[in-house]
Design a protein around this ligand. Structure first.
Ligand code: GLY
Length: 361
């Protein structure tokens, strides 16, 4: 399946479960003082979770442009060095606003991954929140019970507040979460070390792909957790990681999401990408990643500048330039040459790149 088909399957699967397909909100946030950029699919739905506004639909599904390079969720230094962190990424999400809860969310995620996408059940692991006595939050026994019907006990892992209690920032809607991880190692490696021991241990082939968050609280400014009047579902699946798993690759950069930019960089630099750990290979990955963050944020109205959100984009731009100048020996501006391919790739789902190509360049 191509990345476009994989994205489409997610949207239509949940449409078939009564969800309304909605567009991504802009990656640049102008009306939320707690965030500079959209860092999760749930940002645009914050007011529905908090009960500040009624949701127009009880169930929605989307792919959201996200950026994680500032604030609570910040992956910048990993990007390009490893094969699965990104600045800009697409988060596929299904949402329930006071409608279905844990049972449906978990069962549908299992159905989609195993029956529609055909991922081998034996390679999947689920994490469950173990509870937190200090904050008086109970363990997720309901989620545990649902997973026990789907997975053997040695494919379920308990996690602490860091891994299994999701918060968008210092304040706001939050709740316990249950992640799904995939073990992409070879059969020999899997036989030698059980995947259960490698979940959430930064193993490059045992990776989280989907987070099912059960929004039950609002984190207040003074740090206390206030239970919400209604409970909600907020899920996030990184498209780039999912595509890597389904296309059978060991790196996100070997998928059709990034291969176009890597090939264009090869043409410009006259160097070959060998998918290794050398500085030139890191540079290929940095460029393939950073061009997306730069292009999508500019398209959504955030120009690079010397303060605030603009400074975040300038830092990404500088990091990209530093990498191609130093490690690919390209001494002329080149990022603009990656844009036409990117705009073509995303023309169906994010036409804003094509529409503003000249301006972004
Ligand atoms: N809101 C769920 C996540 O970003 O993982």
């Amino acid at each position: 399946m191509t990345s476009a088909e994989i994205r489409n399957k997610f949207l239509t699967f949940f449409e078939g479960k009564g969800h309304h397909i909605v567009p991504s909100s802009p990656i640049v946030l102008k009306d939320d003082p707690t965030l500079l950029f959209t860092n999760a699919g749930m940002n645009q739905f914050k007011d529905y979770f908090l009960g500040n506004k009624p949701a127009p639909y009880k169930r929605v599904v989307d792919t959201q442009k996200c950026l994680r390079v500032s604030g609570k969720h910040n992956d910048l230094e990993e990007v390009g060095v490893d094969t699965y962190h990104h600045t800009m990424f697409e988060m596929l999400g299904n949402w329930s606003f006071g409608d279905y809860f844990k049972k449906e969310a978990i069962s549908w995620s299992w159905e989609l991954l195993t029956e529609e996408y055909g991922i081998d059940k034996d390679r999947l692991y689920a994490t469950v929140f173990e509870g937190d006595a200090k904050e008086n939050i109970p363990a997720s026994t309901i989620a545990l019970g649902i997973w026990k019907e789907l997975l053997p006990a040695d494919h379920i892992v308990f996690g602490n507040k860091k891994d299994n209690f999701w918060e968008m920032g210092d304040t706001g809607p939050c709740g316990p979460c249950s992640e799904i991880h995939v073990d992409c190692r070879s059969d020999e490696e899997r036989a030698a070390v059980p995947g259960q021991l490698l979940v959430n241990k930064d193993h490059p082939q045992v990776i989280e792909i989907w987070n099912n968050v059960f929004i039950q609280y609002n984190r207040l400014k003074d740090g206390t957790l206030q239970p919400l009047a209604a409970t909600h579902v907020d899920t996030g699946m990184g498209l780039e990681r999912l595509v890597r798993v389904l296309q059978g690759k060991s790196s996100n950069y070997d998928t059709d999401i990034f291969s176009g930019s890597i090939q264009t960089t090869e043409l410009i630099s006259g160097k070959k990408y060998t998918a290794g750990d050398s500085k030139p290979d890191v540079a290929f990955r940095v460029l393939a990643d950073h061009i997306r963050a730069i292009a999508f944020t500019i398209a959504d109205g955030q120009l690079p500048s010397n303060t605030g959100a603009g400074y975040v984009i300038r830092r990404i731009l500088r990091r990209a330039v530093r990498y191609y100048y130093t490690y690919l020996d390209v001494k002329e501006p080149m990022l603009h040459q990656l844009l036409p391919g990117l705009a073509e790739q995303f023309k169906e789902v994010f036409p804003e790149l094509q529409a503003q190509l000249g301006f972004i360049a």
